[in-house]
Design a binder for this molecule. Structure first.
Ligand SMILES: Cc1ncc(COP(=O)(O)O)c(C=O)c1O
Length: 401
């Protein structure tokens, strides 16, 4: 399948090969089709309870809740819509932390050094409000140590937040094992699944997950929409709202829901659910081919993070002796990144690679390659050729200098 581009003019320069699927994904044309009527004739406000425009929109929103819930073994009524995973993470961490401190006196948050900035910054906000925050280290494989998790959890712990899949190095954390330990300690378990939802099997009951964040634009849905799964029973999770307003989304997230975006997220979740296994198999083949070529033809190149516990569509590699920035500037026709696109424009040293224990020179010499639904075998071959050739050229220029 190719990405529909019929809005483009024919004389546009060719676009670079896109290998940055952890930064964002193109919206699937099937998702756009599902969204379109909700911009036009079906434009009603889903909170209008007095006429058909509103009822239709409300029904579409509820179907989207069911679609998101179905992908994680949850119930539609446990899904809230937000503007994205950043908001969901803020709501889960600050909302649940503050609520539990107020209601039960639990004033400790446990998280991990390699989390996304919006998780770390939410935890840091609570720390400034007097919470104790524990930031667990990761091993050389990028995974959290389960004994350390167990040790950190106690009767004061309000919440433990551990991401499902890391956005830079693609490693999958042992969610079920963490959930078990959290439940035993009475701590609520939140997972930022922005990079995991629709890519790996997730089950909120099996994994004892109480809160889960989802992002539309990482799963071929639109940007600006996300979801928060919030368990309503055993335990009954409650969060303090971050915004005041009309009390939509059961009083937790005020504001008119953007029906077209919500419908798009639901459609994206449905497609991901149907295609996840087959697509992961296909991507794994492409990723393994890419890694095999890079390892064979670039001296000293190594993979960051576990080889086994990782999603199919991610590689993060270090090319010793080169600057990732320099490589990207020299790379013609391939869009890759040096790490997280989610912080701001200016790339700083990756806190994830630092947490892995890479020394500064190696952190700077790393790039992230993200493959996804529209990546083809041909693109992988071309990208491998270009990377190998560019590294060779830069290294020989260095050698000559
Ligand atoms: C792991 C992770 N969490 C959270 C986010 C933020 O998601 P959003 O862009 O939907 O706010 C991202 C990416 O941006 C991410 O990769």
């Amino acid at each position: 399948m190719s990405i529909r581009r019929d809005h483009e003019t024919t004389n546009r320069p060719a676009q670079p090969i896109y290998l940055d699927y952890q930064a964002t994904t193109p919206t699937d044309p099937r998702v756009v089709d599902a969204m379109t009527p909700w911009f036009f004739e079906r434009f009603g406000n889903p909170h209008s309870a007095e006429h058909k425009y509103g009822w239709d929109a409300a029904e579409a929103v509820d179907q989207a809740r069911d679609a998101v819930a179905a992908e994680i073994g949850g119930k539609g009524r446990d899904i809230l819509f937000t503007s994205g995973a950043t908001e969901s993470n803020n709501l889960a961490i600050k909302g649940a932390g503050r609520r539990r401190r107020e209601a039960e006196g639990r004033d400790k948050i446990v998280t991990v050094a390699s989390e996304h900035a919006c998780v770390l910054e939410s935890a840091a906000r609570l720390e400034r409000e007097g919470f104790e925050v524990v930031r667990l280290p990761i091993g050389r494989d990028g995974l959290v140590d389960l004994d350390a998790v167990e040790e950190a959890l106690d009767e004061r712990t309000a919440l433990i937040s551990v991401m499902a899949v890391n956005n830079e190095i693609g490693v999958i954390q042992p969610l079920g094992e963490i959930g078990k330990r959290a439940r035993a300690a009475g701590a609520w378990f939140h997972t930022d699944a922005a990079q995991g939802f629709g890519k790996i099997p997730l089950d909120v009951d099996e994994m004892a997950i109480d809160l889960m964040s989802v992002s539309g634009h990482k799963i071929y849905g639109p940007k600006g929409v996300g979801a928060l799964y919030m368990r309503r029973k055993k335990p009954k999770v409650q969060v303090e709202a971050l915004m005041d307003g009309g009390g939509q989304e059961k009083g937790v997230r005020s504001g008119t829901l953007p029906t077209p975006l919500v419908v798009g997220l639901g459609a994206a979740a449905r497609i991901a659910g149907r295609e996840r296994e087959r697509e992961a198999e296909r991507l794994k083949g492409l990723r393994d081919r890419l890694l095999e070529r890079l390892e064979a033809e670039i001296d000293g190149l190594f993979l960051n993070g576990s080889r086994e516990a990782r999603i199919a569509g991610n590689l993060n590699v270090t090319i010793p002796g080169l600057e990732g920035q320099e490589l990207m500037a020299a790379l013609d026709g391939i869009a890759v990144s040096s790490g997280s696109a989610c912080s701001s424009g200016a790339p700083g040293a990756s806190h994830v690679l630092q947490a892995l224990g890479l020394e500064a020179g190696k952190v700077a010499a790393s790039i992230r390659l993200g493959l996804g639904r529209f990546t083809t075998q041909e693109e992988v071959e071309t990208a491998s050729d270009r990377l190998i050739e560019t590294v060779g050229r830069l290294r020989s220029r260095r050698g000559a200098a």
